[in-house]
Design a protein around this ligand. Structure first.
Ligand code: SF4
Length: 394
């Protein structure tokens, strides 16, 4: 089992109307306090993970490119002092393409960040405005160019399946993105999350999302066009040239261990042989207070049952094109769950319909299965309560 580290920085310049991440707009952030608190939480996590080395680090948010470079540097230094890095440790930082943030790229690369993930979201000016982004397409392209100058590995995100988007228009935008890309893209279909301004506007019918058929066509067009540029869809929403896959995100999907540090961060750790779920308090001020009082901003610290581990392994592993190495289910705590699942009517139906494919050593979802993964998993894990319903792509 490898050990990775996720650091959550919860602040943004403004709140995007579709976003339900744990992000907050704050005029003033006391970065000295945030640095000290993050370092303190790392020291406390070390008590449970001593002796391991760090496989990958991901600075997410929020907008971690708003962190002072010195804060990132101190976190990397502390991580190295405590655990040390594996050879070729991947260090990714999420950035937005405003010019202020792009100015930091050279310094971030100098202090050890070796992969950048840019929140571009669209290469169409009108769509950036619809998505409530603070950057424009010129800044987006400049940020991609600057990032490629300083980072050998970089990725950027786009949101598609937007209102009124045709397959043709999306293919033109994606084609441009592929010409600009450095071998990795994260391509997400727009989803409407409860509690966001888009949720209210969508409920008022101010805009409509593509129906299931169009969403499915958009997904297929995405996979096909990416393939012509040599990027394969190694995960439901992630496309890469072989070797350019996100090593950090592969840890989640392969059910490896990771520390989740910072407000709202989740983690999965093996402590004395027991897989444990950790979750930090979401509200920044409560997290700060708990870290000051007890060293960790813990809201939840719970042993994971064998049933939960089995389900989580399926939910994460089936996102990958290569699926799951089923030998993990030979473990005594998981084998009964696996046998029950294997012999279930739901599994038989999904295999008969080529939605799930089982070979000698792997279980994976076909393209049709990955497009509808939420429904497939719901059916597989709750088949006594649900019938198979193939809905829009995940
Ligand atoms: S920049 Fe990212 S994290 Fe911040 S509000 Fe927008 S989508 Fe959410």
């Amino acid at each position: 089992v490898t050990l990775s580290l996720y650091i959550h920085y919860p602040f943004c310049l403004s709140k995007c109307p579709y976003c339900d991440f744990n992000s907050h707009v704050s005029e003033v952030v006391d970065h000295d306090l945030w640095t000290k608190s993050t370092l303190k939480e790392l020291e406390h996590f070390y008590e449970f993970t001593a002796g391991q080395t760090i496989h990958s680090i991901f600075f997410g948010g929020g907008t971690p490119s708003l962190m002072p470079v010195s804060m990132v540097e101190q976190i990397l230094q502390k991580t190295n002092d405590l655990w040390g890095f594996e050879e070729n440790c991947e260090v990714t930082l999420e950035a937005n393409p405003t010019s202020v943030e792009a100015q930091k790229f050279s310094d971030l690369s100098r202090i050890g960040v070796n992969r950048l993930s840019l929140g571009i979201q669209s290469l169409d000016q009108k769509q950036l405005e619809f998505l409530g982004r603070t950057h424009d397409t010129i800044q987006a392209r400049q940020a991609i160019e600057t990032a490629q100058k300083y980072f050998r590995r970089m990725s950027f995100d786009l949101i598609y399946a937007r209102p009124n988007q045709t397959v043709g228009a999306w293919k033109a935008e994606l084609d441009l993105a592929l010409q600009l890309s450095a071998g990795h893209l994260s391509l997400y279909q727009l989803t409407i999350e409860k509690g966001t301004p888009f949720f209210t506007r969508h409920a008022r019918h101010e805009f409509h999302l593509p129906n299931d058929d169009l969403a499915s066509d958009l997904y297929d067009a995405t996979t096909e066009l990416c393939a012509t540029y040599g990027l394969y869809n190694y995960e439901v929403s992630n496309y890469a040239r072989v070797g350019e896959e996100s090593r950090h995100n592969l840890c989640y999907w392969n059910y490896q261990d990771y520390i989740g540090c910072g407000p709202g961060a989740h983690g999965r750790l093996t402590i004395k042989g027991q897989k444990t779920a950790t979750r930090m308090h979401r509200a920044p001020e409560i997290w700060l207070q708990r870290v000051a009082e007890q060293g960790l901003g813990t809201a939840e610290w719970q042993a994971i049952s064998a049933q939960q581990e089995f389900e989580e392994r399926l939910m994460m592993g089936l996102r990958l094109k290569t699926g799951i190495d089923v030998s993990v289910f030979q473990h005594p705590s998981l084998s009964d769950h696996w046998q029950k699942c294997l012999n279930s009517g739901a599994m038989k139906t999904l295999r008969a319909e080529n939605i799930l494919i089982l070979t000698e050593d792997r279980l994976f979802a076909s393209q049709a299965g990955r497009k509808t993964l939420d429904s497939v998993l719901n059916y597989l894990l709750n088949s006594d309560r649900h019938s198979l319903r193939v809905a829009s792509p995940a």
